[in-house]
Design a protein around this ligand. Structure first.
Ligand code: BDP
Length: 710
């Protein structure tokens, strides 16, 4: 499917007829390749609903004629013509008594800029906002409502984003690969830019704007200094020129040693005057080329990336140098807190807190410290990062990972909204009960002047954007939650299913149930009871036996600590005491193995194999229960998916079906690897109710080794 923008450019004559014919052809002639995401705008089958919308939308008028509002109008016209089969004219002055949509800038009540209100007055649907971007968000909200075939009266209301910077972080490299990308290669065709711009860039921007995303970092945090060359800045500017029309600012990840590697200086020391001047000049150049540039994302002194500590300086010294260069242009520095040193005696869990908490209050005003949701690394389940709540004087942004690095790449179906929500709803207790992570991130707990939520993108050049068709929901859910973190995963899933897959109520419920359970099922066969697996290697295949690496915290055994006595990482006072970094009830509940919820148990405790748990089973039996139930539940997912076949597009149905079959095989792979490996320590039989794995540990190892061959 081509972009709306492209259609508008090419379909001038005979204009709307051509567009309609095109949309109709897409519906009937092809199966759905998933390209249109949640913006399908298919003709409404129910004649009464359709007629009601046709009567209510005879025209569109706007008081703002800039590019962003122009795209709002364009989207409404394309959306409504698809949904109702009627073209809606854009008029300067509405006919008397005609009903239509009016977009109007009105600063009252929408002071935050991106917020909007939708009202019905004298039969007109009036979208008001404090800014053109607000009009765009309001238009998409209206379309989302209509795409769900809901009564128009119900659309009335106001909406304001809870977080200011709602961003995607692309881990895309200059040669077109994507670090941890599983949906093809980069969307950005660097070799063609800036002369040629793929129409897909418009659709990318539309999709983001439709869920409220207003920032994008286009390159990998393990950043190539090449992005700061004039040649690449011109390329980035071409992207930024498109994104800006959808209210999206463009940001770059920067290589901290660029003054040396690119500028030819002897040092990249942030306190060196020449280095500071180099950055100041570079920033001036960037703003000459991209006047609304958003700012820098920085991974420094992390996993071998250069940083201020190379010169005996702090993260604050590094961030503040860049912040100063950006300040007069309104740019921000987003400084990542993903750090851990190669110290065999240390607990990686504690590293970010130890490095960053002492710096609280020392960052410049335009710096945000971006924190991964958990203390380690995007594991299938982690406790919230203890940084949240402990840096009251430094705006902390949230970093989630949409791309499924540890969640089965593009093969396993895992709906991530529960992962996001679990963290947001966690109570840090730093200012007493109710000091949730959500309140840290939205700034309300500590009055942060800047707020940010970022998702590491799961998009790529695959036709359906995300590889697994159901992974589109993770992109969607991220945007919706960044806008409004009070939405529930269920609400978001049901909305997404209606926009993307089916309107049939029973099937919406069935797919939603698969989605709600999918993460827990994955955790069951992958990392139950608080196991984690951030070891090196593929981040895909099971290797719980892996014990050799250039550093201890890149082995599997470092994390699970299986021995003849038990399993799990003791992070209480008798162990690494990482629990000390948490406050109040959070710490109290987690530090006692009797009160620690089972999903977090092995994160914090080394538990004896024979220890009876709240479920009545001992640790070994409980692990077996989770591994087996998790893997078997993929069969349940398959059965449920088969039930909805009649109302799902055949191409999407078949695509998901094949992936589920592979997911099942791999769930068994994970189950067998863990069970057989852990059994060598636990020395207990697999409970009789479960069939023993049909292969030996050696056989599983061999299959994993074969998988890992490069
Ligand atoms: C880890 C990834 C690695 C990233 C790193 C990061 O394995 O590729 O560069 O996170 O976030 O999860 O910087």
């Amino acid at each position: 499917m081509l972009s709306v923008k492209f259609l508008f450019r090419t379909a001038k004559n005979p204009g709307w007829l051509l567009l309609l014919a095109f949309l109709a052809a897409c519906k009937t002639a092809y199966a759905d390749d998933g390209y249109r995401l949640w913006l399908k705008y298919e003709l409404i089958g129910n004649a009464a609903v359709r007629e009601d919308y046709i009567k209510s939308f005879r025209f569109i008028a706007t008081t703002d004629t800039g590019a962003v509002a122009g795209h709002a109008v364009q989207e409404l016209r394309a959306g409504l013509s698809g949904l109702t089969g009627k073209q809606i004219p854009l008029v300067k002055t509405p006919e008397p008594n005609a009903k239509g949509i009016i977009l109007a800038i009105s600063p009252r009540g929408q002071a935050s800029g991106d917020g909007f209100a939708i009202n019905l007055q004298a039969g007109n649907t009036i979208i008001t906002a404090g800014s053109p971007a607000g009009l765009l968000y309001g238009s998409f909200a209206l379309l989302r409502h209509l795409q769900q075939h809901l009564p128009l009266e119900k659309v009335v209301g106001e909406s304001h984003p809870k977080v200011q910077l709602r961003m995607l972080n692309h881990w895309d490299n200059p040669e077109g690969t994507i670090e941890r990308g599983y949906a093809g290669s980069s969307l950005w065709k660097w070799y063609e830019l800036p002369e040629t711009t793929d129409p897909r860039y418009y659709d990318y921007a539309r999709a983001n704007a439709s869920i409220g995303i207003n920032g994008t970092v286009v390159n990998n945090v393990n950043a190539s200094a090449r992005f700061l060359t004039t040649e690449y800045l011109q390329k980035v500017a071409a992207l930024a020129g498109i994104f800006r029309q959808y209210g999206i600012k463009t940001y770059l990840s920067v290589h901290f040693a660029a003054p040396k590697t690119l500028g030819g200086l002897k040092t990249s020391d942030p306190l060196d005057p020449e280095v500071r001047k180099w950055w100041a000049d570079k920033v001036k150049e960037i703003y000459r080329i991209i006047p609304d540039f958003g700012g820098f994302l920085v991974k420094a002194n992390s996993e071998g990336e250069p940083g201020p500590q190379d010169y005996g300086r702090t993260h604050a010294d590094g961030a503040n140098m860049l912040a100063q260069a950006l300040e007069s242009f309104g740019g921000v520095v987003i400084w990542r807190a993903f750090v851990y040193k190669a110290d065999p005696a240390a607990d990686r869990f504690k590293a970010a807190y130890e490095e960053f908490v002492p710096l609280d209050g020392r960052f410049a005003k335009n710096v945000i410290v971006q924190v991964k949701n958990g203390p380690i690394d995007f594991q299938p389940r982690e406790p919230f990062s203890p940084l949240f709540g402990n840096m009251p004087k430094t705006p902390l942004g949230m970093e989630y990972q949409l791309t499924q690095e540890y969640l089965g790449f593009a093969t396993h179906w895992v709906y991530e909204a529960p992962v996001f929500k679990e963290c947001l709803d966690s109570d840090t207790y730093v200012n007493g009960k109710g000091s949730t992570v959500a309140r840290v991130v939205d700034g309300s707990l500590h009055n942060y002047p800047l707020t940010c939520m970022a998702g590491v993108a799961n998009t790529g050049s695959d036709r359906n954007w995300t590889g697994h068709p159901m992974a589109q929901a993770n992109w969607y859910a991220f945007g919706r939650l960044a806008w409004n973190h009070t939405l529930s995963p269920e609400t978001i899933a049901e909305e997404w299913i209606r926009l993307t897959l089916t309107h049939r109520a029973e099937d919406v419920a069935t797919v939603s149930e698969i989605m709600q359970r999918s993460r827990e099922i994955y955790v069951g066969y992958n990392t139950p009871l608080g196991l984690s697996r951030p070891w090196t290697g593929s981040h895909y295949a099971p290797e719980p036996w892996q014990n050799r690496s250039s550093r201890p915290d890149w082995t599997a055994v470092y994390y699970h600590r299986a021995d003849s006595l038990g399993l799990g990482f003791d992070r209480t006072a008798s162990g690494s005491n990482a629990l000390q970094q948490y406050s109040g009830r959070a710490r109290e509940v987690w530090q006692d193995p009797r009160t620690c919820p089972l999903p977090y148990l092995l994160w914090f405790h080394h538990v004896p194999w024979t220890q009876k748990l709240g479920t009545g089973r001992n640790l070994w039996e409980e692990l077996c229960n989770r591994f087996y139930t998790g893997a078997d539940s993929v069969l349940w997912m398959q059965r449920q998916w088969t039930r909805v076949q009649p109302s799902i597009d055949p191409e999407i149905f078949a695509n998901v079906k094949t992936r589920l079959a592979k997911q099942y095989r791999e769930a068994i792979w994970w189950r067998d690897a863990w069970v057989l490996y852990l059994q060598t320590f636990a020395r207990q039989p697999v409970p009789a109710i479960y069939a023993r794995p049909t292969r030996t540990l050696e056989e599983v190892r061999k299959s994993v080794n074969a998988y890992l061959i490069r």
